[in-house]
Design a protein around this ligand. Structure first.
Ligand code: BG6
Ligand code: MG
Length: 219
């Protein structure tokens, strides 16, 4: 039986991909590196340090570890500044409704995000209240596609993975859910999250009714 839901944040509860894009683009322009929306897409779900390494690999750049950290921090400052403008209006359509519904029905609800800024994003959205546990980029050492963040969140909900459903928009996030033995709901195109147990094009379609209808034997 499904008793808990573990949500990814960026691309599931709110769409921060554009803000991450702007911040990486800003840094890349300053460094003379190439960065485009295609490359930004490939960073979905992966940590800040893995992201900068991917951008540097793409540009065939090698730098001292300290310098890489400094540049990632510079990007983060730009990103965090842009979060200041985020409000309760910035949920992805359907996200707040699903969270409210799950709360009303008594499911355990956790966040399993790779972002070290997750708490700030949830605060901007006034969404802290929906979660029994918030797992973010500071919670575990190994980030997605490792299943660690989801396993930790399930443990906090006191549920085994087989009783939890992970909601993810990233290919590597669905990989993490599957490796951890979770049921998965993918949000986005088939090419990205077609390997999830159930897929919707957008959060607006991911209602509790639709989810229950698909996983009939599990509710
Ligand atoms: C993920 C995003 O949720 O968080 C990634 O999909 C991002 O694009 C990662 O790189 C880390 O975010 P932050 O806020 O810690 O830089
Ligand atoms: Mg995501």
């Amino acid at each position: 039986m499904i008793k808990g839901f573990i949500f990814d944040l960026d691309g599931v509860i709110t769409d921060t991909a554009e803000l991450h894009y702007e911040a990486w683009k800003n840094l890349s322009d300053a460094m003379g590196w190439h960065f485009d929306r295609g490359l930004n897409e490939s960073l979905r779900g992966i940590s800040r340090m893995d992201s900068i390494k991917a951008i540097m690999d793409h540009n065939k750049i090698e730098l001292e570890p300290g310098m890489v950290e400094e540049l990632a921090e510079r990007k983060n400052k730009i990103y965090v500044d842009s979060l200041g403008g985020m409000t309760e209006q910035d949920y992805l359509p359907g996200a707040r409704e699903l969270l409210t519904h799950l709360r009303n029905e008594g499911f355990g609800v956790a966040l399993g995000s790779s972002s070290k800024n997750a708490v700030m994003v949830l605060q901007q959205l006034n969404a802290i209240r929906y979660f029994d546990f918030i797992g973010d980029g500071n919670t575990v050492a190994k980030s997605k596609p490792a299943p660690d963040i989801f396993l930790y969140a399930a443990q906090q909900l006191k549920l085994p993975p087989a009783q939890c459903l992970v909601v993810e928009d990233a290919e590597k996030g669905v990989d993490a859910a599957k490796t951890g033995g979770f049921y998965s709901v993918g949000i986005g195109p088939k090419e990205r999250v077609g390997h999830a147990d159930l897929r919707f094009d957008s959060m607006g379609e991911a209602t509790l009714f639709e989810i229950k209808s698909h996983f009939k034997d599990l509710f």
